[in-house]
Design a protein around this ligand. Structure first.
Ligand code: IPM
Ligand code: MN
Length: 365
């Protein structure tokens, strides 16, 4: 029997409760297919601050290094909001993990099932079939990681500085991820930039244009300024198939994509690098996009779908088990379609709790 070895970082808020049911589902579906799982749990985020004084303990990094993938819950919450920004759970755990494991490619599917149209704030006649797109965001470069500083000027004024840097090689490797994603979909990529203002964007646009012309002439490439992209997403999201963005633009646009796709409780993501795991597949971190939902944490009513779908992405990317991943995805979809739903996506139907939702997904597998 083959064993899948991954690190489990439940984190804060609803993280542990949605992680628990996700692991049950993974265990069940994998054992049905003759795979075993070998997980090591590690502390991260606010709960790690409480236990060990830091959001990303060294031991957690080591456990991740010894694994073939990281299944991540979510981090943060009101309890830690008074800490200095650089020490807060989100910034002090997620960003260093991304950098440490060189997870430069963030894949965020924007999927809205037709049955959940009511969950989208967009007028439903604009998206009669729902939404199906994906954002490919560069994750370890740009203004997030450039030099930062702050100083008091001679005249007493205060100046702060963030630097946005991109190298050609960084742009090419994320363009490659967008190309691969597009090939498996509709062969359309829209590259987002601000080339009318930013030098990094001028380089971005040049490199992306040349990269696609030389390597993927069959893919239809377009370019859009980020402000227009934000507007077009709200106006007609289905004009997009694959969005390719630098780090900061992708942060902003993927939140917008998330909200037009209805509940954050449905959104999963993958962060991948070039390094391969012991199986020769990409090492990656897989996490829901919805956050810790402190208002409902511990109540057992959170939507587990985003975490379960993140687990499916892990099977697909880091373990090469696309078939099993698709089974899980279909089962989530059918469960939602059949009307078994947690409160965030219930819309007049009787809401079920996390356990019942997970059991319904499990029973369809
Ligand atoms: C995200 C988050 C992070 C980011 C924060 C928590 C640092 O917003 O994953 O989109 O800005 O990248
Ligand atoms: Mn974000």
């Amino acid at each position: 029997m083959k064993t899948l070895k991954f690190a489990v970082l439940p984190g804060d808020g609803i993280g542990p409760e949605v992680m628990e049911v996700t692991l049950e589902i993974l265990e069940k579906v994998l054992s049905d297919n003759a795979y075993a799982i070998d997980t090591t749990e590690a502390a991260v985020g606010g709960s790690a601050i409480d236990q060990f004084g830091v959001a990303l303990p060294e031991n957690t990094v080591r456990i991740c290094e010894d694994s073939d993938a990281i299944l991540f819950g979510s981090v943060g919450g009101p309890k830690w909001e008074s800490l200095p920004p650089a020490e807060q759970p989100e910034r002090a755990s997620l960003l260093p993990i991304r950098k440490h494991f060189k997870l430069f490619a963030n894949i965020r599917p924007g999927l809205l099932y037709r049955e959940l149209l009511a969950a989208s704030p967009l007028k439903n006649e604009r998206i009669p079939e729902g939404i199906d797109m994906v954002c490919i965001r560069e994750l370890t470069g740009g203004i997030y990681f450039g030099q930062k500083s702050r100083r008091v000027l001679d005249d007493g004024d205060i100046e702060a500085l963030d630097t946005m840097i991109y190298k050609k090689s960084e742009i090419e490797r994320i363009a490659e991820v967008a190309a691969q994603t597009a090939l498996a979909r509709n062969k359309q990529v829209c590259s987002v930039c601000k080339a009318n203002v930013l030098t990094t964007s001028v380089l971005w646009r040049e490199v992306v244009t040349e990269f696609f012309a030389n390597n993927y002439p069959e893919i239809e490439l377009s370019h859009m300024y980020v402000d227009n992209a934000a507007m077009q997403l709200a106006r007609d999201p289905n004009q997009f198939d694959v969005l390719l963005t630098e780090n900061m633009f992708g942060d902003i646009l993927s939140d917008e994509m998330g909200v037009i796709c209805g509940s954050l409780g449905m959104l999963c993501s993958a962060s991948l690098g070039l390094e391969t795991n012991s199986l020769g597949n990409p090492f990656g971190l897989f996490e829901p996009a919805g956050g810790t939902a402190p208002d409902i944490a511990g109540m057992g009513i959170a939507n587990p779908c985003a975490q379960i779908l993140s687990g499916a992405m892990m099977l697909r990317f880091s373990f090469g088990l696309s078939d099993i991943a698709s089974k899980i995805e279909n089962s989530v979809k059918e469960t939602v379609q059949s009307g078994i739903r947690t409160g965030d996506i219930a819309f007049g139907l009787d809401a079920v709790n996390t356990r019942t939702m997970a059991d319904a997904i499990l029973s369809r597998l």
